[in-house]
Structure formats: C-alpha cells, structure tokens
Design a protein around this ligand. Structure first.
Ligand code: FMN
Length: 186
C-alpha cells in the first residue's frame, strides 16, 4: 500500500475476528514501530507482547478507569472489549530517563507516539487493525507484567484481524483550520 493511502485509510479497530496473527506479521509490525524516530536516537521505547488469554482479560478490566469514565457517563472504555478479544496486545513502555526533558515537556511520550503511528500504519498495511488505548490503571498493570517502577507504560495496542469491514474513516478538521502561514491566526 502506498504511504499516503495507508495514512488516509487507517482507522482505529476495536472488534477483532477469532483469527490468530501470523508471527511474521507481528514481527513486521514491531519492526515498523522500532524504526520510528526518537529523541537523539536514544530509542527509549520497549514493547511487551501479551498473548495469554487470562492476562488479556485482566488488561481489559484494567482499562476501565472509574475516575475517568464514570465521570463522563461511560460504562466501559470503548476499547475494553478489544483488549480481551484481540489475539494479542502490544504494551508500549518507555524509559523516561532515556529521552528529552525540555521546557517541562517529556519527550518519551512523543517517542512512543511516533512508534505508535508506525505500528498502526504497518498493521493496517498488513490487513490487521489496532487502536491506541491510553486509559488504564498503570500500577496493577505494571504488577501484572512485572514492569519495574522506573518504566512508564504509555499505551496498549490490541492487534488482530478486524471483525468488520469499516467503511469510511473518522473525520478530521480541514487543513484551513489547522494550518497557518507566517503567523498564528487563532
Ligand atoms: C494518544 C491517544 C490515546 C488514545 N486513547 C484511547 C483510549 O483509551 N480508548 C480508545 O478507545 N481509543 C483511544 N484512542 C483512539 C482515538 O479515539 C482515535 O484515534 C480517534 O478517535 C481518531 O479515530 P481513528 O483512529 O479511527 O482515526 C487514543 C488515541 C490516541 C492518539
């Protein structure tokens, strides 16, 4: 698939078919994520691939954060089913002290974001689907996966074959609302 076509046709996938992901395709997705740019090329991002069904169910439970969702009237995280249903979940972690910390901005989040987009596009290119899940209870998740306290867990990516054909993509603001020339025009 052409790069622009992949960018324009990618969309979040939250329901998965009961079909495993071939190891070769998983490795291609992880390799694409690994190739992302990073602060000073320090490559602070790490991935944990979770295939165990009980662990995925627990991850799914941990993606419902009461203080976030109940306050907004949601009974589930929109991706809660996806985390249990997908044949695997990629857990994206980062070493915050191996990235930039400038003007109070922690660039390990950016590093993970760039890896995430590569991951999502590579998955889409291979006929797979995924979604960036950022809302979860980090402490119990870290305990479940033996992640030490100095590592930050930034995102969860259920990965699998989409259950449905999705027609159309999520709308975006038009370019004229998001791009200014020469000066800020707010
Ligand atoms: C940083 C980030 C965090 C996100 N967290 C969640 C999440 O916790 N749960 C969820 O269902 N979707 C989550 N999403 C997915 C967005 O809702 C989705 O990308 C957006 O609505 C645009 O839709 P699209 O990906 O289909 O283009 C997240 C996306 C990003 C970039």
């Amino acid at each position: 698939m052409d790069t622009m076509e992949a960018i324009k046709s990618r969309h979040s996938v939250r329901r998965f078919a009961d079909r495993p992901v071939e190891e070769e395709k998983l490795l291609q997705v992880l390799d694409a994520a690994r190739q992302a740019p990073s602060w000073a090329n320090l490559q602070c991002v790490r991935f944990i691939v979770v295939k165990d069904s009980a662990a995925k169910r627990r991850i799914s439970e941990l993606s419902y954060v009461d203080s976030f969702f109940a306050a907004r009237g949601y009974k589930t995280n929109p991706s809660q089913v996806a985390l249990a249903e997908a044949p695997l979940v990629i857990v994206a972690c980062a070493l915050p002290n191996q990235s930039g910390d400038i003007r109070g901005q922690q660039y390990y989040m950016t590093d993970v974001g760039l890896a995430a987009e590569n991951l999502l596009l590579a998955a889409h290119n291979l006929g797979l689907g995924s979604v960036f899940v950022s809302i979860f209870e980090e402490k119990p998740l870290a305990e479940l996966l033996d992640v030490p306290a100095y590592i930050s867990i930034v995102g969860l990516f259920p990965l699998g074959y989409p259950l449905h054909e999705v027609s159309g993509v999520t709308p975006r603001k038009p370019l004229k609302e998001t791009v200014f020339y020469d000066k800020w025009q707010g």
